[in-house]
Design a protein around this ligand. Structure first.
Ligand SMILES: N[C@@H](CCC(=O)N[C@@H](CS)C(=O)NCC(=O)O)C(=O)O
Length: 204
Protein backbone atom coordinates (compact mmCIF):
# COMPACT_ATOMS: atom_id res chain seq x y z
CA UNK A 1 0.00 0.00 0.00
CA UNK A 2 1.65 3.28 -1.05
CA UNK A 3 -1.16 5.76 -0.40
CA UNK A 4 -1.56 6.82 3.23
CA UNK A 5 -3.85 9.47 4.68
CA UNK A 6 -3.06 10.94 8.09
CA UNK A 7 -6.52 11.63 9.43
CA UNK A 8 -7.36 13.65 12.55
CA UNK A 9 -10.67 13.00 14.31
CA UNK A 10 -13.36 15.69 14.04
CA UNK A 11 -11.50 17.53 11.30
CA UNK A 12 -11.72 18.72 7.72
CA UNK A 13 -9.60 15.70 6.81
CA UNK A 14 -12.89 13.81 6.44
CA UNK A 15 -13.27 15.51 3.05
CA UNK A 16 -10.26 13.57 1.79
CA UNK A 17 -11.49 10.30 3.33
CA UNK A 18 -14.74 10.85 1.42
CA UNK A 19 -12.90 11.68 -1.80
CA UNK A 20 -10.68 8.57 -1.53
CA UNK A 21 -13.79 6.44 -1.06
CA UNK A 22 -15.54 8.08 -4.03
CA UNK A 23 -12.44 7.42 -6.14
CA UNK A 24 -12.27 3.82 -4.93
CA UNK A 25 -8.47 3.98 -4.64
CA UNK A 26 -6.84 1.50 -2.25
CA UNK A 27 -5.42 3.45 0.68
CA UNK A 28 -4.49 3.22 4.33
CA UNK A 29 -5.87 5.59 6.95
CA UNK A 30 -3.65 6.44 9.88
CA UNK A 31 -5.78 7.80 12.70
CA UNK A 32 -4.52 10.63 14.92
CA UNK A 33 -6.49 11.86 17.92
CA UNK A 34 -6.92 15.46 19.05
CA UNK A 35 -5.81 16.39 22.58
CA UNK A 36 -9.07 16.34 24.58
CA UNK A 37 -8.29 19.65 26.29
CA UNK A 38 -6.51 21.76 23.69
CA UNK A 39 -8.19 20.11 20.65
CA UNK A 40 -4.78 20.32 18.93
CA UNK A 41 -3.31 17.52 16.84
CA UNK A 42 -0.86 15.17 18.59
CA UNK A 43 2.84 16.13 18.21
CA UNK A 44 3.61 12.96 16.19
CA UNK A 45 1.96 14.64 13.17
CA UNK A 46 4.87 17.12 13.19
CA UNK A 47 7.19 14.22 12.38
CA UNK A 48 5.32 13.86 9.07
CA UNK A 49 5.05 17.59 8.19
CA UNK A 50 6.37 20.70 10.01
CA UNK A 51 2.89 22.20 10.50
CA UNK A 52 1.59 19.01 12.13
CA UNK A 53 -1.91 19.48 10.71
CA UNK A 54 -4.31 17.10 9.02
CA UNK A 55 -5.03 16.05 6.32
CA UNK A 56 -1.60 14.86 5.19
CA UNK A 57 -1.20 12.50 2.28
CA UNK A 58 1.80 10.24 1.76
CA UNK A 59 2.29 8.74 -1.66
CA UNK A 60 5.40 6.84 -2.69
CA UNK A 61 7.43 8.63 -0.02
CA UNK A 62 6.16 12.13 -0.88
CA UNK A 63 4.17 14.10 1.73
CA UNK A 64 1.48 16.57 0.64
CA UNK A 65 -0.37 19.01 2.92
CA UNK A 66 -3.34 21.33 2.21
CA UNK A 67 -6.76 19.85 1.44
CA UNK A 68 -7.11 21.51 -1.97
CA UNK A 69 -3.64 20.41 -3.09
CA UNK A 70 -4.26 16.86 -1.86
CA UNK A 71 -7.57 16.72 -3.73
CA UNK A 72 -6.04 18.04 -6.96
CA UNK A 73 -3.14 15.59 -6.61
CA UNK A 74 -5.45 12.59 -6.09
CA UNK A 75 -7.64 13.56 -9.04
CA UNK A 76 -4.66 14.11 -11.34
CA UNK A 77 -3.19 10.73 -10.41
CA UNK A 78 -6.27 8.55 -9.91
CA UNK A 79 -9.15 10.02 -11.94
CA UNK A 80 -7.97 9.75 -15.56
CA UNK A 81 -11.58 9.32 -16.77
CA UNK A 82 -12.58 12.62 -15.09
CA UNK A 83 -15.38 10.97 -13.14
CA UNK A 84 -14.96 13.42 -10.25
CA UNK A 85 -13.36 16.46 -11.88
CA UNK A 86 -14.28 18.23 -15.10
CA UNK A 87 -11.89 18.44 -18.05
CA UNK A 88 -10.15 21.83 -18.34
CA UNK A 89 -12.16 22.68 -21.47
CA UNK A 90 -15.49 21.83 -19.80
CA UNK A 91 -17.81 24.79 -19.06
CA UNK A 92 -17.98 23.44 -15.48
CA UNK A 93 -14.22 23.77 -14.93
CA UNK A 94 -14.12 27.41 -13.70
CA UNK A 95 -16.93 26.88 -11.16
CA UNK A 96 -15.35 23.62 -10.06
CA UNK A 97 -12.02 25.36 -9.35
CA UNK A 98 -13.76 28.20 -7.55
CA UNK A 99 -15.54 25.87 -5.10
CA UNK A 100 -12.53 23.62 -4.57
CA UNK A 101 -10.70 26.71 -3.31
CA UNK A 102 -13.68 28.31 -1.57
CA UNK A 103 -13.81 25.23 0.69
CA UNK A 104 -10.71 26.58 2.48
CA UNK A 105 -11.31 30.23 1.53
CA UNK A 106 -14.33 32.54 1.39
CA UNK A 107 -16.86 29.84 2.26
CA UNK A 108 -14.96 28.38 5.19
CA UNK A 109 -13.17 31.27 6.90
CA UNK A 110 -16.24 32.93 8.47
CA UNK A 111 -17.35 29.56 9.90
CA UNK A 112 -13.90 28.94 11.34
CA UNK A 113 -13.81 32.43 12.85
CA UNK A 114 -17.29 31.88 14.31
CA UNK A 115 -15.94 28.78 16.05
CA UNK A 116 -12.86 30.55 17.46
CA UNK A 117 -14.69 33.75 18.43
CA UNK A 118 -17.43 31.64 20.03
CA UNK A 119 -14.82 29.80 22.13
CA UNK A 120 -13.41 33.18 23.18
CA UNK A 121 -16.91 34.47 23.97
CA UNK A 122 -16.36 37.28 21.45
CA UNK A 123 -19.22 36.76 18.99
CA UNK A 124 -21.07 39.68 20.56
CA UNK A 125 -18.32 42.21 19.78
CA UNK A 126 -17.59 44.11 16.55
CA UNK A 127 -15.37 41.35 15.10
CA UNK A 128 -18.08 38.80 15.85
CA UNK A 129 -20.73 40.93 14.13
CA UNK A 130 -18.53 41.41 11.07
CA UNK A 131 -17.83 37.67 10.99
CA UNK A 132 -21.56 36.96 11.17
CA UNK A 133 -22.15 39.27 8.16
CA UNK A 134 -19.48 37.45 6.16
CA UNK A 135 -20.88 34.06 7.15
CA UNK A 136 -24.36 35.12 6.01
CA UNK A 137 -22.99 36.48 2.73
CA UNK A 138 -21.16 33.19 2.03
CA UNK A 139 -24.21 31.11 2.99
CA UNK A 140 -26.47 33.20 0.72
CA UNK A 141 -24.06 32.80 -2.18
CA UNK A 142 -24.06 29.00 -1.69
CA UNK A 143 -27.86 28.92 -1.42
CA UNK A 144 -28.34 30.86 -4.68
CA UNK A 145 -25.75 28.68 -6.46
CA UNK A 146 -27.34 25.43 -5.28
CA UNK A 147 -30.82 26.64 -6.22
CA UNK A 148 -29.53 26.94 -9.80
CA UNK A 149 -27.20 23.92 -9.95
CA UNK A 150 -27.65 20.32 -8.78
CA UNK A 151 -24.05 20.21 -7.51
CA UNK A 152 -21.26 22.68 -6.81
CA UNK A 153 -19.59 22.31 -10.23
CA UNK A 154 -22.87 22.10 -12.19
CA UNK A 155 -25.02 19.11 -13.06
CA UNK A 156 -22.53 16.41 -11.97
CA UNK A 157 -21.25 15.38 -8.55
CA UNK A 158 -17.51 16.19 -8.33
CA UNK A 159 -14.72 16.51 -5.79
CA UNK A 160 -15.95 20.09 -5.19
CA UNK A 161 -18.94 18.54 -3.39
CA UNK A 162 -16.64 16.42 -1.19
CA UNK A 163 -14.59 19.49 -0.30
CA UNK A 164 -17.58 21.75 0.36
CA UNK A 165 -19.34 19.05 2.40
CA UNK A 166 -17.49 19.74 5.63
CA UNK A 167 -18.29 23.44 5.29
CA UNK A 168 -22.00 22.79 4.84
CA UNK A 169 -22.13 20.33 7.77
CA UNK A 170 -20.35 22.96 9.91
CA UNK A 171 -22.77 25.67 8.72
CA UNK A 172 -25.71 23.42 9.59
CA UNK A 173 -24.33 22.87 13.11
CA UNK A 174 -24.05 26.66 13.44
CA UNK A 175 -27.73 27.04 12.49
CA UNK A 176 -26.99 28.60 9.10
CA UNK A 177 -29.15 26.21 7.06
CA UNK A 178 -32.48 27.25 8.52
CA UNK A 179 -34.45 28.78 5.62
CA UNK A 180 -31.85 27.64 3.08
CA UNK A 181 -33.79 24.86 1.32
CA UNK A 182 -31.46 24.37 -1.67
CA UNK A 183 -28.40 23.91 0.55
CA UNK A 184 -30.35 21.56 2.84
CA UNK A 185 -31.57 19.51 -0.15
CA UNK A 186 -28.01 19.28 -1.52
CA UNK A 187 -26.78 18.08 1.89
CA UNK A 188 -29.49 15.39 2.08
CA UNK A 189 -28.60 14.24 -1.44
CA UNK A 190 -24.84 13.96 -0.98
CA UNK A 191 -24.93 12.49 2.52
CA UNK A 192 -27.08 9.64 1.11
CA UNK A 193 -24.16 8.54 -1.11
CA UNK A 194 -22.52 5.22 -0.25
CA UNK A 195 -19.04 6.77 -0.07
CA UNK A 196 -20.25 9.43 2.39
CA UNK A 197 -21.78 6.76 4.63
CA UNK A 198 -18.57 4.71 4.34
CA UNK A 199 -16.60 7.82 5.38
CA UNK A 200 -18.74 8.12 8.54
CA UNK A 201 -18.08 4.44 9.25
CA UNK A 202 -14.31 5.05 9.03
CA UNK A 203 -14.73 7.29 12.05
CA UNK A 204 -14.76 11.03 11.67
N1 LIG B 1 -5.39 24.72 5.20
C1 LIG B 1 -5.17 23.42 5.77
C2 LIG B 1 -5.67 23.43 7.19
C3 LIG B 1 -5.30 22.20 7.98
C4 LIG B 1 -5.80 22.29 9.40
O1 LIG B 1 -5.80 23.37 10.02
N2 LIG B 1 -6.25 21.17 9.94
C5 LIG B 1 -6.77 21.13 11.26
C6 LIG B 1 -7.91 20.11 11.31
S1 LIG B 1 -9.49 20.81 10.92
C7 LIG B 1 -5.74 20.64 12.26
O2 LIG B 1 -4.95 19.78 11.93
N3 LIG B 1 -5.81 21.15 13.49
C8 LIG B 1 -5.03 20.65 14.60
C9 LIG B 1 -3.88 21.54 14.96
O3 LIG B 1 -3.72 22.61 14.35
O4 LIG B 1 -3.14 21.14 15.87
C10 LIG B 1 -5.86 22.38 4.91
O5 LIG B 1 -6.70 22.73 4.11
O6 LIG B 1 -5.52 21.19 5.00
Amino acid sequence: MTLKLHHLNASRSQRIVWLLLELGVPHEIIHHKRNETTRLAPPDLMKIHPLGKSPLLEHDGVVIAETGAIAQYLLAKFDPAHRLHPETDSPDFPRYLEWIHSAEGAAFLPSLLTLYLGLAGAMDGPVGHRTEQEREKAANHIEVHLSQNAYFAGSQFTAADCLMGFQIVTAKAQGALANRPATSAWLDKVTARDAYKAMLAVGV
